[in-house]
Write a protein that binds this ligand. Structure first.
Ligand code: FAD
Length: 349
């Protein structure tokens, strides 16, 4: 009886409503039917996960049951790795040559097919070059607003991020029925590599043809040092280093300390070091246990990328340099004297 009443009510609403009302009704029903379930887009190199995926998984766990998408070429071992991550319930695997280079144009149709089948409430990626390239395209195709670089989650609709080069915190509530989010890795702990027992299944099939772009090749800088965004110690050099050759001072110290080496934008723009070493608002965001800023003045755009570091040490010959306002320890000295002395001390200990 109640069912007949409900059906006749819905029929009447549909008959007498405008398109806008029907759309609202459809959205409400979709939202009611959808449990919170989150898709994490795993970033990897076809062999192993990029560490920021683990931080993204932690963020995703607080939003609902976690499924991970692993898309790439010959990447089955990554799917197996993700399935073991604590909190991951399911892995969907798309292994196809078309995903070579992880191009957003190739991955987006796959994500749309996955969304169509599973109706996720949130789709989440790391706020790295990979995630930042993919999320806006996906959001546009889903007709929702991307929520970029979040540093906190209040509830399933409400997110926290920084604005104005990290000088203000914004809390925003999204009314979109699927949230497309990128997550700042340094703001969330990494999920445990072990402890999960997720299942692995094939991703939904979709038209994998990509006529829009073609992957030609990539030149990756090779380094035995830890990756900048996941290193526990980072030593960065600025314009005060004077030239690229002098960065050897920092590499020597870094190798003794097991640290990664970063740079200010001024050092990158001057051609001292490649731009994948840039820390800051328009570079990488880092939050290591120890950050050593060498010959860096401490402009707000640089601080935006490192001020959440647990301990900050600054070496600068100018006692008025703004970097000393955020530093826990400051050394007012010529860096060409201070850094070799530090390297010797580390050597002796
Ligand atoms: P400087 O400001 O020139 O400072 C050099 C410092 O070295 C000085 O404090 C000096 O006292 C010290 N020094 C010199 N010689 C010695 C010595 N022998 N021994 C000890 N100390 C010495 N910057 C970033 O870093 N990252 C970003 O992502 C970034 N994004 C930006 C985005 C925008 C939109 C804009 C407008 C700017 C951005 N910048 C960024 C640039 C930023 O504003 C600064 O210009 C830059 O950070 C300055 O770099 P620096 O500290 O190395 O150079």
């Amino acid at each position: 009886m109640f069912l007949i009443f409900l059906l006749s009510l819905i029929t009447r609403v549909i008959m007498f409503s405008s398109a806008r009302h029907i759309n609202f009704l459809r959205q409400t029903i979709t939202t009611l039917c959808r449990n919170n379930s989150t898709l994490v887009i795993a970033e990897h190199n076809n062999q192993k996960l990029i560490p920021s995926t683990l931080n993204t998984i932690t963020a995703a766990i607080s939003l609902g049951e976690v499924t991970c998408l692993v898309a790439g070429t010959q990447c089955k071992q990554v799917a197996a790795e993700v399935a073991k991550v604590k909190g991951v319930k399911k892995v969907i695997l798309a292994d196809n040559e078309v995903y070579t280079g992880f191009l957003p144009e190739a991955l987006t149709p796959l994500l749309l097919a996955a969304q169509n089948q599973f109706k996720f409430s949130h789709i989440v990626a790391p706020a790295t070059a990979f995630g930042k390239g993919l999320a806006p395209r996906l959001a546009a195709k889903l007709d929702v607003s991307p929520i970029s670089d979040i540093i906190g989650i209040k509830d399933k609709d409400t997110f926290v991020r920084t604005i104005y080069a990290g000088n203000a915190i914004q809390t925003l509530k999204s009314k979109d029925n699927v949230k497309v989010i990128t997550v700042r890795g340094t703001a969330f702990e990494a999920a445990g590599h072990e402890g999960g027992d997720g299942t692995v299944e094939d991703a939904p099939s979709c038209d994998v043809k990509n006529d829009l772009s073609q992957f030609i090749g990539q030149e990756l800088s090779k380094s035995d040092r830890p990756e900048l965004t996941s290193a526990s110690t980072v030593i960065s050099g600025g314009r005060g280093m004077k030239n690229g050759d002098n960065f050897k001072l920092l590499y020597d110290l870094a190798d003794k300390m097991g640290a990664a080496v970063g740079a200010s934008r001024a050092a990158v723009d001057a051609g001292f070091v490649p731009n994948d070493m840039q820390v800051g608002q328009t570079g990488k965001i880092v939050a290591p246990d120890l950050y050593i800023a060498v010959g860096i003045s401490g402009a707000i755009q640089h601080l935006a990328g490192m001020k959440d570091s647990k301990v900050i040490v600054a070496i600068n010959k100018d006692p008025e340099a703004p970097i000393f306002q955020v530093a826990d320890y400051g050394i007012v000295q010529d860096l060409f004297k201070a850094v070799p002395e530090m390297t010797d001390l580390v050597d002796k200990n």
